[in-house]
Design a protein around this ligand. Structure first.
Ligand SMILES: [Ca+2]
Ligand SMILES: [Ca+2]
Length: 179
């Protein structure tokens, strides 16, 4: 009788122990799940060479790597990205801060152009569907389509990286963005 009671007690505590373990395991999985989803909502994991900011990854061309606007776009595309599309003051500030470390007279292409519309209707080039500029940081008096041949948008250090339209075939640095 004594033995049976003892055995039943042991079985009972074993059962409790296993239940507790299961609960703990469930809590741990729940925590891991939450941690993963929280991470993906906050910052993006970027491929090598790209810098994470908000929900995008950015790639800044190294010193002395210069390309025309179209070449830069193609280069970004080969890395599964696009010439940067700047849609907020925060994003603009993040990029300018990164570029401020560059030497004087540095110039960089961004993803805006008016090649399709001409007449100052600038748009962002990305995956086929053109996007209107919802944010812009034009230098005073720009875009001016100087001599009627400027259809691509650059930002340069001497103008504190404000925007200007320029000849698309000029060779500048560039910034890619992966959404
Ligand atoms: Ca963007
Ligand atoms: Ca211009």
């Amino acid at each position: 009788m004594h033995h049976i009671q003892l055995l039943s007690q042991i079985a009972h505590s074993m059962y409790h122990f296993i239940t507790k373990m299961k609960e703990t395991a469930m809590l741990i999985s729940l925590f891991l799940l939450l941690a993963t989803s929280w991470q993906s909502a906050d910052a993006k994991i970027c491929q090598k060479g790209f810098v994470s900011y908000n929900k995008s990854c950015y790639w800044f061309s190294p010193k002395l790597m210069l390309a025309s606007w179209a070449e830069a776009q193609v280069f970004c595309n080969t890395m599964n990205s696009y010439l940067v599309i700047i849609t907020s003051r925060h994003e603009d500030r993040f990029i300018r801060r990164r570029l401020q470390q560059r030497p004087l007279d540095s110039v960089f292409w961004i993803g805006a152009h008016d090649l399709l519309t001409e007449g100052g209707n600038f748009q962002w080039m990305s995956n086929g569907s053109p996007k209107r500029l919802t944010y812009s940081n034009w230098f005073p008096g720009k875009p001016d389509n100087y001599q009627g041949v400027e259809h691509c948008v650059e930002m340069r250090k001497v103008a504190d990286f404000s925007w200007n339209d320029w000849l698309c075939i000029s060779h500048f640095g560039f910034i890619c963005e992966q959404f």
